[in-house]
Design a protein around this ligand. Structure first.
Ligand code: ME8
Length: 526
């Protein structure tokens, strides 16, 4: 039975270049959350997609001698493109929206018109410092040494006819929102940033149309204007459900969104502009916006324009998708920035996945085979004399859930690995190889093996959102399946039948030779 709906989104990505591991980070986090909620029995809608309009794409396409649509089609649908990357990373999105989809464009035009007709959008002129070669307006503070920050050339004062959204009207309403709904925006540090940097000084009206490029959704009642970025991009969260279009009919079912995951630099758009637009449209607001941190490389934000990007395809190819997924969510607290390095990745795989989890599974399965031929004897189950491990495993699901509900993926995983470490210690303390030498100790030995298998089972259930393929491999080795792999079954110790049969399988995470691997990676990432 469904526990209700859960609507979660990633930002829609610019298909201007190949995506890097920073983009993968947010999508993997969203995927883990979506899988977690599905496992719990929620009817999940997980949306991701691409944000395809704008001057940058138009220019890149022109430089390549193709149309903007051909350009984005290739980056999205072409070999090694965005869709391939999400498939590789095992992303379980329910819907994929492209802002060039006809139904989305139609909705955007309808939204724009509605806001214009009710006077939330008005025609004015965009005034500022203009760089002619870059066709960009800049504010005084954005200039570098008084010149264009992009190309370094002179700027001059200019005016351009444009439409504006009356964002200034919403300053107090957004402040009230943060007051009334203190968990609307998390982590809390981002709220302070919004209040101090943008709301306290007062919001300016927002330019929402342009006439200097054509690659965008046309304003249907004023040819020459195209809808400028944010109305087009932000509204994807609604149009993908069928808002003001006939493609889908899910607005009532899934809106308001439960959470929008976004990178910290676009929090302002999601926590100020988006709620203001929704207020203007008379729509309920999302329950939460979560602004995650950046993956840094050598201390700077990983980004294609800087040229310091790491390719997730290379890493997933060498260490497996699950290892990469695990690393991303285990290594960095979701709300803060984190410094990526190949050393960190390999260390994490070796310590947690190969030594801790992998060893626990292979030792346990090997001992169950060696001492009992693979099937535990029901008539001989005794007491191991230690209930600390089973108590920990029993409490694990609720501790894990408490962290997952806060989007504290790192802590949720830490909870699981505290239990796997304890289980490894339990093996050393129980010394099954000593028990096995004494016939009278067989009931105790059987209990030790059962406790280990049960502990592994509960951990593997809770790891499913993070490492779906690994959990399946573990289930198959420890003789779990069907009802013993469900969320419900992880609530209590003892779901596996007492005469469970294990099966030898491959090592789930082979140990990596750090020095050798670092050399190979350096070569491949050149
Ligand atoms: O911002 N670390 O698209 P985008 C972590 N189209 N996250 C990173 C990152 C890094 N190094 N680099 C990028 C856009 N991201 C808009 C969104 S939503 C209505 C429109 C994250 O392709 C970034 O923070 O530039 C953002 O959340 C997402 O990737 C998409 O970035």
């Amino acid at each position: 039975m469904s526990k209700g709906t859960f609507y979660i989104t990633t930002p829609i990505y610019y298909p201007s270049d190949k995506l890097h591991i920073g983009h993968t980070y947010c999508t993997v986090a969203t995927d883990a959350m979506a899988r977690y909620k599905r496992m719990q029995g929620f009817d999940v809608m997980f949306l991701t997609g691409t944000d395809e309009h704008g001057q940058k794409i138009e220019e890149k396409a022109a430089a390549k001698g193709v149309t903007p649509k051909q350009f984005v089609d290739d980056i999205i649908e072409g070999k090694g493109g965005i869709l391939d990357l999400w498939k590789l990373m095992n992303i379980s999105n329910d819907r994929f929206i492209r802002t060039t989809d006809a139904y989305h464009e139609l909705s955007v035009q309808r939204i724009f018109k509605k806001l214009y007709e009710q006077d939330d959008i008005y025609k004015g002129s965009y005034k500022g410092l203009y760089c002619t070669p870059c066709e960009s307006f800049w504010t005084e503070s954005q200039l570098k040494d008084g010149k264009c920050p992009d190309c370094g050339r002179e700027v001059k004062y200019a005016e351009e006819e444009a439409y504006f959204f009356r964002l200034s009207k919403y300053t107090q309403k957004i402040l009230d929102l943060y007051e009334k709904q203190p968990d609307f925006l998390e982590p809390v540090s981002r709220v302070n940033e919004m209040v101090n940097n943008f709301l306290k000084p007062g919001l300016d009206d927002l330019c929402v149309s342009r006439t200097t490029f054509t690659w965008g959704v046309p304003v249907d009642f004023d040819p020459g204007h195209v809808v400028y970025v944010w109305i087009d991009a932000l509204s994807n969260y609604l149009t993908a459900l069928g808002y003001l279009n006939e493609e889908y009919h899910d607005v009532e079912k899934y809106w308001p969104a439960d959470v929008h995951f976004v990178g910290k630099e676009i929090v302002r758009f999601h926590a100020i502009i988006w709620p203001a637009l929704l207020m203007a449209l008379g729509m309920p607001l999302p329950k939460k916006v979560y602004g995650h941190g950046w993956l840094l490389l050598d201390g700077g934000k990983m980004s294609k324009s800087v040229g310091n990007v790491v390719d997730p395809v290379i890493l997933a190819g060498r260490y497996g998708v699950d290892a990469l997924r695990y690393f991303l969510l285990r290594e960095f607290p979701f709300g803060s920035d984190g410094n990526f390095s190949n050393e960190l990745l390999i260390t994490r795989i070796n310590t947690d996945l190969a030594n801790d989890l992998g060893n626990l599974v292979s030792r346990t399965v090997a001992m169950a085979l060696k001492y009992f031929g693979g099937t535990l004897p029901t008539d001989q189950i005794g007491d191991s004399g230690d209930d600390e491990l089973s108590t920990m495993a029993n409490n694990l699901r609720s501790q894990y859930a408490a962290q997952m509900e806060k989007y504290a993926f790192q802590n949720a995983l830490t909870e699981i690995f505290r239990v796997t470490s304890r289980a490894n210690k339990y093996i050393d303390e129980m010394a099954p190889w000593v028990l096995a030498k004494d016939d009278s100790q067989m009931p105790r030995l059987a209990c030790v093996m059962y406790n280990l298998l049960e502990t592994i089972r509960i951990c593997a259930v809770l790891l499913k959102p993070f490492m779906p393929e690994t959990s399946e491999k573990i289930f198959s080795q420890i003789g779990a399946g069907g009802e013993t792999t469900t969320w419900e079954s992880a609530a209590a110790f003892g779901a596996l039948p007492k005469d469970v049969t294990v099966k030898k399988g491959d090592v789930i995470f082979p140990r990596i030779d750090m020095a050798k691997e670092l050399e190979i990676l350096a070569e491949q990432m050149k």
